[in-house]
Design a binder for this molecule. Structure first.
Ligand code: NAP
Ligand code: MG
Length: 403
């Protein structure tokens, strides 16, 4: 078979631990035999981030902006324990995902991979629900205090032009807790544009919810900016027959549970944090959750939603067999290759992305799966638990047939 050709390189961001092992296996077994793969490679493994003083992460994000499409392996975000584990670390480097998100100014969309034999806890969900979480501001960039005395809290804005605005928040008789939070028009606009763009790309309805009945100025501003930004997308939405729908967060929660799925739910930072965990758990497994960062100017970074699966890595290092699920990482590759194909007008590359996913579905539907999934399948379905390498081999042979 002649290999499928690429014209523009994919930005490849390698990572850490078990997912780094899977990364190489996925490339060797599922990509390189079929695609004349062109990538610009960035090693975001912790030791190389350390050696480059994290410049490699910045370079990778800039390459993503330059070329438009990246695929990223899970990476370690160092904490105190990691500083002890890797004594050569000169600094507790920041989360690479945070750094990349800040440079790309993007929104993260998370969607589950569904198979027939695993049913969501919510029995009427038939299609994936994609959560789009705004990842800037609100309580996550807030300031807090807890003075233990009677008094009054006043919110003051000091404009650079000398203009000052003040607002009495509350007068209290004793100890109280206070929180100040903000968001920026620019960030909310980017969020809105990323959501509208992603809805068009995936041909799904977009829902957006806040609590603007209570928070008339703050949440009201979110609602208003979404409405304004939607005007530039309205005609394209109508042409595709998809809708933009705003509702209150409590109404959205009720509707989501009653729905069949198959839409994007855009959430403010805190709502998205909480709701994405609820939705992903109800769909089944973190190992089956895909994630893509979409920038408002149409750049994409595909990854798995899970981490580096440290516990499995240490078993692997001891020479033990692991049954780590590579699905979300494979779908990062298939998504990135398909998007590269779309951007470059290469239908064969798009078709390869589709067929790679089909081969994964066929393998799972034939009952071959990693151990994290075997306990989730419906009663009566016969399954064969396999290790990561055997699972990838089965997908590869199915892919060969499909191609
Ligand atoms: P994790 O790597 O997602 O793993 C947590 C547990 O979930 C695993 O121990 C495993 O459970 C299960 N699991 C996750 N993915 C799986 C898969 N593909 N197949 C089978 N089981 C899977 O989270 P963590 O252990 O909290 O974090 C490990 C490292 O990843 C940390 O250093 C963190 O900074 C990093 N991280 C990176 C990203 C990212 O780059 N996007 C995201 C999150 C975390 P069992 O052990 O029960 O089998
Ligand atoms: Mg969370």
């Amino acid at each position: 078979m002649e290999k499928i050709q690429m014209t523009t390189p994919l930005v490849e961001m390698d990572g850490d631990e078990m997912t780094r092992i899977l990364w190489a296996m996925i490339k060797d077994k599922l990509i390189l035999p079929f695609v004349d793969l062109k990538t610009e490679y960035y090693d975001l493994g912790l030791l190389n981030r350390n050696a480059t003083k994290d410049q490699v992460t910045v370079d990778a994000a800039n390459a993503n902006k330059k070329y438009g499409v990246a695929v990223k392996c899970a990476t370690i975000t160092p904490n105190r324990q990691r500083m002890e584990e890797y004594p050569e670390l000169t600094e507790m480097w920041k989360s690479p995902n945070g750094t990349i998100r800040a440079i790309m100014d993007g929104t993260v969309f998370r969607a589950p991979i569904l198979i027939d034999s695993i049913h969501p806890v919510v029995k009427n969900w038939q299609e994936p629900i994609t959560i789009a979480r705004h990842a800037y501001g609100d309580a996550y960039r807030g300031g807090e205090m807890k003075p233990d005395a009677p008094g009054e809290a006043v919110l003051t804005f000091k404009g650079d032009d000398g203009n000052v605005e003040t607002l009495s928040v509350q007068r209290v008789e004793g100890g109280a807790i206070w929180q100040g939070s903000h968001n920026k028009d620019k960030s909310i606009r980017s969020f809105a544009r990323s959501c509208f763009q992603y809805a068009l790309d995936t041909r799904q309805d977009l829902w957006f919810s806040t609590k603007d009945t209570i928070s008339k100025v703050y949440d009201g501003r979110f609602k208003q900016i979404f409405e304004e930004e939607f005007e530039a997308y309205r005609a394209q939405f109508e042409a595709l027959g998809i809708t933009y729908f705003y509702t209150l967060i409590d109404d959205a929660v009720a509707r989501v549970i009653r729905s069949k799925g198959g839409f994007i739910w855009a959430c403010k930072n805190y709502d998205g944090d909480v709701m994405s965990d609820m939705v992903s758990t109800a769909f089944g497994s973190l190992a089956m959750m895909t994630s893509v960062l979409v920038s408002p100017d149409g750049n994409y970074e595909y990854e798995a939603a899970h981490g580096t699966v440290t516990r499995h890595y240490y078993k692997y290092l001891k020479g033990e067999e692991t049954s780590t699920n590579p699905m979300a990482t494979i779908f990062a590759w298939s998504g990135a290759l398909r998007k590269r194909g779309e951007k470059d007008g290469l239908p064969a590359l798009c078709a390869f992305g589709d067929k790679l996913e089909q081969a994964c579905y066929d393998t799972l539907n034939a009952g071959y799966m990693t151990k994290d999934l075997t306990g989730l399948v419906d009663e009566g379905v016969s399954v064969t638990p396999v290790n990561s390498a055997d699972f990838l081999d089965r997908i590869a042979s199915r892919l060969q047939e499909l191609l």
